[in-house]
Design a protein around this ligand. Structure first.
Ligand code: SF4
Length: 150
């Protein structure tokens, strides 16, 4: 009798445990998405390259849901600064986390921050300064990016 994986089995026990933990955390996070949730700094600061060359938007994405292309086929800059990543970053700036299921159910990377001036610079760079007023309002900032309360 072979010792291979039984038919129908999907992944290891560890992966199932990780998936369950992720799903539990997802449910909790989705229930508590604050209106002033910060854009995830990971989308700007922590590109992840998988073993097979896939460039992922995110280190929390073990399934490759937010893979943006393969470095065997494209340059890093073309992918990381390309339209797909720009789209994701703008969704986060707009607070439209629900448009990215992975992010909706995730608390985001909390060991980095993205400062208002970085968001402003990014919107300027991408010719989307029209989003700045909505962003500052959502985050409780004045038009210069300073906290309204304090
Ligand atoms: S919010 Fe979570 S899933 Fe989305 S990019 Fe950040 S770490 Fe990844």
């Amino acid at each position: 009798m072979g010792r291979g994986r039984p038919k129908g089995a999907k992944g290891s026990k560890l992966l199932r445990v990780l998936a369950k933990e992720e799903a539990d955390a997802a449910g909790q996070a989705a229930a508590q998405v604050p209106a002033d949730r910060m854009p995830c700094p990971g989308l700007w600061k922590t590109p992840v390259i998988r073993w097979d060359g896939e460039l992922m938007a995110c280190c929390a994405d073990i399934d490759g849901e937010i893979a943006v292309g393969n470095l065997r086929d494209a340059d890093f800059d073309d992918l990381w600064f390309g339209p797909e990543m720009t789209h994701y970053r703008l969704l986060h700036i707009e607070g439209r986390f629900d448009a990215m299921p992975k992010c909706w159910s995730c608390g985001g990377i909390n060991f980095y921050k993205i400062e208002p001036e970085e968001v402003h610079a990014y919107l300027d760079e991408t010719n989307r300064l029209d989003l700045w007023p909505t962003y500052t309002e959502r985050m409780g900032l004045d038009s210069n990016g300073r906290p309204l309360s304090g």
